[in-house]
Design a protein around this ligand. Sequence first.
Ligand code: ADE
Length: 224
Amino acid sequence: MKIDVVTLFPGMVDIPLSDSIVGRARKEKLLKLNFENPRDFTQDKHKTVDGKLYGGGTGMLMMAEPVFNAVKKVKKKNSVVVLLSPKGAIFNQKTALSLAKKKHLILICGHYEGIDERIGKCVDIELSIGDYVLTGGEPAAVAVIDAVTRLLPGVLKKKDATVNESFSFDLLEAPQYTRPEIWENLKVPKVLLSGNHKLIEEWKKSSALEITKKMRPDLLKKDE
Ligand code: ADE
């Protein structure tokens, strides 16, 4: 998959996505990340990318034109253009699964007070990573790219690594344990040491339901 990120601050996306699983996916060319800086698409000698708000208000707003021209440079027929913004639909595992099937994504990161509303002209989907305001869309782009990349074929080595985990089936994952069997007087649940796969699966299912009821009851109400 190819992902173009339109951002004034490429380092905020590039550096966090250089290590671990995504870093390896980039080295193996399973993910190709490219950055376009709206500053390179300005016409004036000051390379102006932002301005004051019409109608008043604090802070600076990014102008639509340099962002639009950056998108135009990389956009192809099969591109999906995603704007990261606190006003977008909440990003979840379902959206990650759907984006992971695309050949080319263009992620637009707003900064300061965001981008002139008219950028909507070139946007297919607007996504938020939660009900809080970040300094810019960059950390949100990192979250989206991370969640999408791990779903790409060949990125996680174990075939079913993404099957049972949190949110794939609207349930949180059952608690997990590793060595030692007893730590700080806390024991690993006996059933997990039993070797009885049927019992273990039953335990995982009921634990998943229990933890979802406790921590995220909203997930269980979604289909009602
Ligand atoms: N930009 C600022 N806050 C954001 C958020 N919560 N999600 C996506 N982009 C953002």
